[in-house]
Write a protein that binds this ligand. Structure first.
Ligand SMILES: Cc1ncc(C[n+]2csc(CCOP(=O)(O)OP(=O)(O)O)c2C)c(N)n1
Ligand SMILES: [Mg+2]
Length: 342
């Protein structure tokens, strides 16, 4: 491929992005979204430990699966139905660091719920990000409903639902996939298999080795991807979105990945996994992997890294200060949006 700014590619490094229709600028955008998500997430933990915010649920380690999948949808047109770890999905869909911090601080201006929902319930009407409920997997049938509404109205809209591997043991998952397969709904199911449901390893909650294996029961393809390889996930998602737009129905994409921090700010991970295991996965992290690839293509260098880190830090600082100063919902609005008027 043509290297940017005249930098040579590493001899023998295979260009994997051009065949997928991605430019060096796309890779830089994906890289930035992951670094921004990681920086925001790290700041959220600090704010929690300072006693400023009550709860954090984290996407660290899963940014590659998230940006690789969300990037193949069209923001402002397609529908994003994420779950609580999907900070990078929310950012890729068009939500800002300020939006996410406003939700974390439960401020009135929080676009997801005006400060009503727990953090991690991403939502933004203008960006077609649909906020979910806390019970696991309930967002999966919602995505099928949105996809079917789009199909019935003759719109060219694809919906995607994201969820963890344990969500695939819930009835909601199976009902959603059954109807999506039957009705050929324009939907993509993205499973972020991070190997654990809080403390329960995947081997203790599912009888098959891959979530993707479950798709065959519903008559559509199940694809296994390396969830820490942005390009692998993007390639599978691009194909799945094209398939959905053609009217050929759903795809289930499993992203094999790992969360590198505890389940939430209230979890003690030392009770169920070793530090060695976590450190091993950190070394294979999605940010590190994309950085190495970009370097091999002459798209990344130390100067660029500094620029990215500084830009992300200033966005995180701005969002933190803005949300900390923002007002909480007025107590008199407590019943707003709970009851309809007759
Ligand atoms: C119906 C239901 N049961 C239990 C919970 C408590 N809970 C919250 S997250 C979680 C683990 C889900 O694991 P997985 O689907 O693999 O997603 P991950 O958290 O690993 O990303 C559980 C059991 C819940 N929110 N809803
Ligand atoms: Mg899991």
């Amino acid at each position: 491929m043509a290297a940017t700014q005249g930098q040579p590619t590493v001899a023998g490094a295979v260009d994997r992005h051009t065949p997928l229709g991605l430019t060096p600028d796309d890779l830089k955008r994906m890289y930035y979204l992951m670094v921004l998500a990681r920086s925001l997430d790290e700041r959220m933990w600090i704010l929690n430990r300072q006693g400023k915010v009550a709860f954090v649920i984290s996407g660290q380690g899963q940014e590659g699966a998230q940006v690789g999948s969300a990037y193949a949808l069209e923001p402002g047109k397609d529908f994003f139905v994420p779950y609580y770890r999907d900070l990078t999905v929310a950012l890729t869909a068009g939500m800002t660091a300020r939006d996410l911090m406003l939700a974390l601080f439960a401020r009135a201006e929080d676009p997801a719920s005006g400060g009503r929902q727990m953090p991690g319930h991403y939502g933004h009407r203008a960006h077609n990000v649909v906020s979910g409920s806390s019970p696991i997997a309930t967002q999966i049938p919602h995505a099928v409903g949105i996809a079917m509404a789009s199909k019935i109205k003759g719109e060219d809209v694809v919906a995607a639902a994201w969820f963890g591997e344990a969500a695939s043991s819930k009835g909601d998952f199976h009902e959603a996939l059954n109807f999506a397969g039957l009705l050929k709904a324009p939907v993509v199911f993205v499973c972020e298999n991070n190997r654990y449901a809080i403390s329960v390893p995947e081997t203790k909650q599912m009888p098959v080795p891959n979530v993707a294996d479950k798709a065959c029961a519903y008559g559509f393809p199940g694809v296994i991807t390396d969830g820490n390889d942005v390009l692998d996930v993007y390639g599978a998602m691009k194909e799945a979105v094209e398939r959905a737009r053609r009217g050929d129905g759903p795809t289930l994409i499993e992203c094999k990945t790992y969360r590198i921090v505890p389940h939430s700010s209230d979890d003690d991970e030392s009770r169920y996994r070793s530090k060695v295991e976590v450190e091993e996965w950190k070394r294979k992290g999605p940010i590190e992997r994309l950085r190495a690839y970009m370097e091999s293509q002459g798209i990344w260098d130390e100067g660029y890294e500094r620029e990215v880190r500084e830009r992300a830090l200033s966005e995180v600082n701005d969002a933190t200060e803005y949300a900390e100063r923002a007002v909480s919902p007025d107590a008199v609005t407590i019943l707003d949006n709970l009851f309809g008027r007759v």
